[in-house]
Design a protein around this ligand. Sequence first.
Ligand code: GDP
Ligand code: CA
Length: 318
Amino acid sequence: MRIVVLAGGIGGARFLRGLKAAAPDAEVTVIGNTGDDIHLFGLKVCPDLDTVMYTLGGGINEDQGWGRSDESFTVKEELAAYGVGPEWFGLGDRDFATHIVRTQMLAAGYPLSAVTEALCARWQPGVRLIPMSDDRVETHVAVEVEGERKAVHFQEYWVRLRASVEAEAVVPVGAEQAKPAPGVLEALAEADVILFPPSNPVVSIGTILAVPGIREGIAEAGVPVVGLSPIVGGAPVRGMADKVLAAVGVESTAAAVAEHYGSGLLDGWLVDTADADSVERVQSAGIRCRAVPLMMTDVQTAAEMARAALALAEEVRA
Ligand code: GDP
Ligand code: CA
């Protein structure tokens, strides 16, 4: 079975670990979000691609959900001693090596998709990880800080401001001109199932869908498309997804996120058992819906979620 997953960082990565356990023989292709990418200290950092790569490759900081395990911060301290920031973005020493290799390869002319493949040769994530595009796409957030309206990089909004101010708009800058990376449309065309893990609907999956051709590729694949809600009991399980959902006029409920994707895109949607009362609303929007436990407390619970998603996909197909 060929499965394609559109993934952001933590939610996507933890789900993928469960999917691999649930379907060990499946050929899994991951289309990763690159809208969060940022240049720091002269280096190209791809937080979501790295979170997927480290999580599936066994190098993730489990408690944090991002960054390397057994990490130290000597380089960061030395940079701070030079007064070189930003101090709000935590890059560890081991993580730095990844960004150095990536930046070096990009400077030598390799596209990001080839660089990602090279990095994965070390980590062996057990999936084919492809960035959504080799072209630069950068998510910006329009905010008002101290009476001044401005657009800030997504990382500045998320990490430095901790989404503490209202997001007035979220813009994937460059997406309209971007092309899907090599392999993305082919993977969609050959897929048996397409899954949306519980990733951020706006700045992770929304950004991937903003690359022209990807949304169409999903529709044209003609296979079941099933998503899992990142919103449980009216709030994001982790992080501040409610802030960016508000920016696109979507309430933070499992049903509203399903309606936001819409029946033109989604065939099936899983909500948490806490949201069982929203199943009917989702179904009346033309999306087949089930309520199952959606908390990824460990690999087993994530695997159960993956099994439920694949079962719902089979129901859709039948
Ligand atoms: P990011 O790029 O690191 O923010 O990660 P993603 O976009 O892949 O996923 C973020 C989303 O995952 C957040 O909106 C969380 O609510 C959601 N999430 C994290 N852990 C869980 C979980 O255990 N269950 C569910 N249903 N959603 C989760
Ligand atoms: Ca992200």
